[in-house]
Design a protein around this ligand. Structure first.
Ligand SMILES: Cc1ncc(COP(=O)(O)O)c(C=O)c1O
Length: 407
């Protein structure tokens, strides 16, 4: 046994992780699972996972690839036909041309696309501007990679999108990256093309990267959101994170992509090679099929229409019940409602715990997404029509039973 010491325990851990709190979401999810396991009839409106099955022909494509022998390592950057299909999708849907040979990387879902993007551009201490509220991983990943997270308020009063002033105010000489996620998880909000153009101009003046998480880009209830890379002069400083998870009901397949300038992809590929080697080859073949088969595009349009019907049903119920204790704003995109419980003047964790115990509906506290989410609760519509309608009624009825305390 050595008797010397380097001044710290030999078993010390990576202290970056002390800066990442296990979110209330995880604790809530555990409680919901435990209650369900004990036989309680919980309506689960907490998950961000489509309730639809992956289209069967995508399963067939994966099976064909497996039977054809694609059960070994594959190319780390992704098969050429998949990168071609991704480039075609980006051209078709976003109107942006990418070179499949040098500007696209196939990743292990959207979260890994975000990981490789941040690994590719971030140096320790760089400041990463993340809107508040936002999906927790946007800030956590930056922290994990030793960036400094700066939260930029996107309050309800501004439609959950930071004002250009708010971005400006957050800038310092160390600012390196702006993170966007539109349509947003948890609010469904997305900005106009003009806003994105102005933000890109700000990024140009201050020499910032824009990392844009567009995993909900195809889930919208009005005009299609503009991709952050689609405005003039944007492509060279923008990294697009996307995946098949939400649009194609393929969350468990773990396949996504990063579209970015070639020198960024060069670094991101090294991050991918040294973390996952490659995405499973048969999954890549299924993804190429899903992105290009016309019948699958129709299936995704049908899923979007179903979310649209559920959204309309929630709005109808909200209008019928006319609650003043839970306020409902129609989401522009994604598959969540960000319900405003601020009239109750209670924490969103308390509200979620009590709705779970007293109304048997599982939800996610808004505070899990940042300070600006306090007083809000995220409810998914990626659940059956019956669950969404019955669950939402229970939520409103619960809210109406509460007295408004003055604290
Ligand atoms: C905003 C956002 N980005 C990325 C992801 C992760 O996507 P994937 O399942 O493709 O990794 C999620 C999942 O909930 C999300 O909400």
């Amino acid at each position: 046994m050595p008797t010397w010491s380097f001044g710290k325990s030999m078993t010390s851990l990576n202290q970056q992780f002390d800066l990442i709190r296990q979110s209330a979401t995880v604790a809530m999810a555990d409680r919901i699972l435990a209650l369900k396991a004990s036989g309680q009839p919980i309506i689960g409106l907490q998950v961000g996972d489509p309730d639809f099955a992956t289209p069967p022909s995508v399963l067939d494509a994966a099976l064909r690839a497996m039977q054809g022998g694609l059960t070994h390592y594959g190319p780390s950057s992704g098969y050429p036909d998949l990168r071609q299909a991704i480039a075609a999708k980006l051209q078709r849907d976003e109107g942006v041309a990418y070179d499949p040979g040098s500007e696209i990387l196939v990743t292990h879902g959207g979260i890994h696309a975000y990981y490789t993007a941040m690994q590719a551009i971030l140096n320790p201490g760089d400041e990463v501007l993340v809107p508040d509220p936002s999906w927790a991983t946007h800030a956590n990943m930056a922290t994990m990679l030793r960036g400094q997270v700066v939260r930029v308020p996107a309050p309800a009063e501004h439609g959950f999108i930071p004002s250009l002033d708010a971005w400006e105010k957050a800038l310092t000489p160390k600012s390196r990256v702006i993170v966007l996620n539109y349509p947003s998880n948890p609010t469904g909000a997305y900005p106009t093309r003009e806003y994105l153009q102005a933000l890109q101009e700000l990024a140009r003046v201050h020499d910032l990267w824009i990392v844009s998480d567009e995993v909900y880009g195809s889930l919208h209830y009005g005009d299609r959101p503009t991709s952050a890379a689609a405005v003039a002069g944007a492509k060279d400083r923008t990294l697009i994170v996307n995946s098949l998870s939400k649009t194609y009901a393929m969350t468990g397949w773990r396949v996504g992509f990063l579209a970015a300038p070639a020198q960024v992809i060069g670094n991101a590929l090294k991050a991918g090679q040294n973390s996952i080697t490659c995405v499973a080859p048969f999954i890549q073949k299924a993804a190429a099929f899903a992105l290009s088969d016309p019948a699958i595009q129709q299936a995704t349009a049908d899923m979007r229409a179903a979310y649209g019907r559920r959204r309309a049903a929630v709005l109808r119920i909200a209008q019928d019940l006319g609650s003043t204790k839970v306020l409902v704003t129609p989401p522009q995109g994604a598959f969540y409602f960000f319900l405003d419980f601020r009239p109750l003047k209670r924490s969103s964790v308390e509200i979620c715990e009590r709705i779970l115990d007293e109304a048997q509906v599982g939800l996610v506290p808004g505070s899990a997404f940042g300070e600006q989410g306090e007083g809000f609760v995220r409810m998914t519509i990626a659940a059956s029509d019956e669950d969404v309608e019955a669950g939402f009624r229970k939520i409103v009825e619960w809210a109406e039973r509460q007295s408004v305390e003055v604290r």
